[in-house]
Design a protein around this ligand. Sequence first.
Ligand code: AHM
Ligand code: MG
Length: 338
Amino acid sequence: MVSKFNTFYRHIIEQEREFPEATGQLSDLLADIALACKVISLEVNRAGLIDILGFTGDENVQGEQVKKLDVFANDILTNVMKQGGHICAVCSEEEVSFIPIDEKFSKNKFVSNKYICHFDPLDGSSNIDVNVSIGTIFSVYKRITKSGPGALEDCLQKGYEQVAAGYVIYGSSTVLAYSAGKGVHLFTLDPSVGEFLLSSENVSIPKKSRIYSVNEGNYSGWSEGMKKYISHLKMSDPETDRPYSSRYIGSLVADFHRNLIYGGIFIYPADVKNLKGKLRLMYEANPLSFIVEQAGGRSTDGDKRILDIQPESLHQRTPLLIGSEEDVLLAEKFLKEG
Ligand code: AHM
Ligand code: MG
């Protein structure tokens, strides 16, 4: 719990002030993302009412053009990013390739487009139409090229190069979690004032848990090590808190957020169908790995640290083991021993 009343924007400005070379651009960029997520939150809450679920390019009962929520979320994030002028490329899980963005001159003032943004605009697609929590995931890198619109090499950086990352969960309330490399902080959207208000500062994930999150429907396609690990968690042993509880929502943001608060391990391993797992390195694994490490947790693909993986393509997939440190370490041990 926090003792002071603080908004998201104020918080990021205060954090940026600690870096003498900071220009305030990162704060503005993160504020733009928060603004887009407020609009998405509103639309998620209204979705059932305005009859937009499940339609793309159709008309709703009022005769207005309607968009599917994930298309809407992608459009709003991309447009807000383009307007802000701080980025030279936006990469989205919804787009085949990255969108290059040129420098911007506003009121004769040059704005340096020194950042890159990656988004999963609305994660948990199978839950969109059934009122189950979904989320937006974002991450920010500094560009490598010097000027003009961004290039592919700007977009394919290792996860440890992220300067900020976070997610917004549209659940029983809308919560934004972010880190700019100085801890993880949570904000809850107060719809009456339209602001994300600080709800927890410097969140840390419990070192060990008694929750595992995995789609056990894929069991028959798992490696022997993975099967043994999950069987191990189900065996009774009060000294190691076993059996663990199983919690799987099927929305990564929601599963991750619960594990961040209560402790837990989330796994989407490779299986015979998905040889590289299902989740995307750039849009899902990297941002959440940045957050989990900032919160004192661990994240690997079973073999190496997620943040050290050199991406080769924007939509590259990776197995993901993420959460409480001791649980991830034990899972890695089982996977290695096979
Ligand atoms: P999406 O990007 O199409 O929404 O897929 C990602 C989602 C994650 O939110 C979730 O953890 C996972 O897919 C669930 O997959 P599955 O239904 O195979 O268990
Ligand atoms: Mg996704």
